[in-house]
Ligand binder design. Structure first.
Ligand code: NCD
Length: 301
């Protein structure tokens, strides 16, 4: 059976824990090492939306494992500019590579692509849907820099359009997390996801005010307001800059609080916070390499 990675809910807690354990084993190689675990294998990366960390960390992960990467480059220089549909592109590319990483602006695109692919498809973000590999690296970061079981975590910012928090909230429900949802009223977590959390027995609290929760949480997970997903630019202007963390905001936080962000940031964290012991977002983006090494080896080994 082909092993696709489309939605975090397709993975059990056991499977997630195994990927995180494998990432821990591979982490020394991610630090300037090399191996031949995937030598002779080819990964195709197809990004229909901008990406820095996801694209380059998949690339680095594949190369550290001894494999190769092909990428169709900017959309304007591929046949998509001639109007080729996703199904045809995937049918063709799955003949050239051993796995496909896909980022696409439409929710559900990765699931659809998996139906046309003869090799594993890894969802690197589908619109406002899911971002399961980001979630795996987020879980790895929480496990390593704080603790996963019973963690008290605030998801802050654009909970409506932010795909990273959609996947992460589902995954956290497997770890008995206490989740605080902090957003402007217009950008609340979708009801379907809140329903899933409640049905799984996860305790959630919603608020618009970060000061209500900042002193009780172990993890503060900030997100960018997803400007590109707003149907109306005027609506974006109303919520832009809703949350901004400075050293002053952090006055009374727990001593071992960690601050995470999938990046890129757009003003949610003042640069002065970067020097604080709480700031671990750059480490978090590094962990994308060992975690994606674990995912690639799981689907291709
Ligand atoms: C995120 C994304 O693409 O969803 N970026 C990432 O992969 N690290 C977050 C974002 O764009 O705000």
């Amino acid at each position: 059976m082909i092993r696709h990675v489309i939605n975090i809910t397709d993975l059990s807690r056991d499977e997630i824990d195994r990927i995180l354990d494998r990432a821990a084993e591979l982490e020394p190689i991610a630090h300037r090492g090399s191996s031949n675990i995937l030598s002779g294998r080819i990964l195709a990366t197809l990004f229909y939306e901008p990406s820095t960390r996801t694209r380059l960390s998949f690339d680095a992960a594949m190369k550290r494992l001894g494999g190769d990467v092909i990428d169709f480059g900017p959309i304007e220089s591929s046949s998509i500019a001639k109007g080729e549909n996703l199904a045809d592109t995937i049918s063709v590319i799955s003949g050239y590579a051993d796995a496909i990483v896909l980022r696409h602006p439409k929710e559900g695109a990765a699931r659809m692509a998996s139906e046309f692919s003869s090799v594993p498809v890894i969802n690197a973000g589908d619109g406002a849907g899911q971002h399961p590999t980001q979630t795996l690296l987020d879980l790895y970061t929480i496990r390593k820099e704080s603790h996963l079981s019973n963690v008290k975590i605030a998801l802050v910012g654009d909970l409506r359009y932010g795909r990273t928090v959609h996947s992460l909230a589902h995954a956290l429900s497997l770890y008995n997390a206490r989740i605080y949802l902090v957003s402007p009223d217009q950008l609340q977590m979708p009801d379907s996801i809140k329903g899933d959390l409640i049905n799984s027995g996860t305790r959630i609290t919603e608020t618009t005010d970060i000061d209500d929760i900042i002193d009780v949480v172990d993890v503060l997970y900030l997100t960018r307001i997803q400007k590109e997903r707003f149907p109306d630019p005027g609506e974006y202007q109303m919520v832009a800059g809703s949350y901004r963390i400075t050293n002053e905001t952090l006055r009374n936080v727990k001593d071992d609080l960690i601050i995470m962000h999938p990046l890129p940031r757009a003003g949610e964290i003042d640069c002065e916070v970067d020097a604080s012991k709480h700031a671990i977002y750059f480490k978090q983006s590094f962990y994308g390499v060992p975690v994606r090494m674990a995912i690639l080896s799981m689907v291709m080994e």
